[in-house]
Design a protein around this ligand. Structure first.
Ligand code: ADE
Length: 253
């Protein structure tokens, strides 16, 4: 997959895309991330990329022309068609489902805003989709773009060492992930649940499913409401509720 990012901070995006799973995916040719700076396509000695808000008020708005020129160049850089995605708090909320859909594309173009945002006319003409990573305001779209690149990049075929691990992610089946433990099995902070040491894979599978259901029920009931639980899942969740009676929240802080 190829991801082109239009940003006033290309170095930030390049550095994020060079780290960890995403960096390795790029090295292995599974992912290509290119950053484009609209300031380099801005006119005049000052290379102006923003101006004051029409109608008055604080802040600055990004100009149409530098972004328009940059997007034209980005499109020309590869023949593969790509949606232009603008990261902003006004967008539809990003979900794992959306991430899975985007991960299948051969290419996407991410547009990062700064200041009060981008002139609405550019958004209307050039943007296919507006996405938000959550109901809070960042000072620019770069962190949101980095989040999207990471979420989509790790789903590229071969990016994760263990093909299983993406299937087990939180949200991939609508539930939060179960807890995980490693050695030492006995510690001042507590012991690893005995079932995980039993070697009984059916029992381990049931325990993990019960924890995933229970955590989702206690922490994110909104997710559980969207699912129609089968009989087995309902039984596991009932067991979890019985075992955790009196705890309004399973977390111990
Ligand atoms: N830019 C600023 N805030 C944002 C958010 N919450 N999501 C995506 N892009 C943003």
């Amino acid at each position: 997959m190829r991801i082109d990012v239009v940003t006033l901070f290309p170095e930030f995006v390049r550095q994020c895309a060079g780290l960890g799973v995403i960096g390795r995916a790029a090295e292995r040719g599974l992912l290509e991330v290119e950053a484009w700076n609209p300031r380099e396509r801005a006119e005049g000695g000052y290379r102006r990329i923003d101006d004051s808000v029409c109608g008055g008020g604080p802040g600055m708005v990004m100009l149409i022309e530098p972004l328009r020129r940059t997007l034209a160049e980005v499109r020309k850089a590869a023949a593969t068609p790509a949606p232009v995605i603008y990261l902003s708090p006004q967008g539809r909320r990003l979900t794992q489902e959306k991430v899975q859909e985007l991960a299948k594309l051969p290419r996407m173009i991410l547009l990062c805003g700064r200041y009060e945002g981008i002139d609405e006319r550019l958004i209307e003409r050039e943007v296919d989709e507006e996405l938000s990573i959550g109901d809070y305001v960042l000072s620019g779209g770069e962190l949101a773009a980095a989040v999207l690149i990471d979420a989509v990049g790790r789903l590229q075929e071969g990016a994760l060492g263990d093909a299983q691990s993406a299937a087990q992610d939180s949200f991939s089946d609508g539930l939060l992930d179960c807890p995980h433990y490693t050695r030492p099995v006995s510690h001042d902070y507590g012991d690893v649940p005995a079932v995980l040491l039993s070697g009984d894979h059916a029992a381990i599978g049931r325990w993990r499913r019960k924890q995933a259901l229970g955590r989702t029920w206690s922490r994110r009931p909104d997710l559980l409401e969207k699912l129609a639980l089968g009989q087995d899942d309902q039984r596991l969740l009932d067991e979890f509720k019985l075992e955790h009676k009196g705890h309004t929240h399973e977390q111990n802080h």
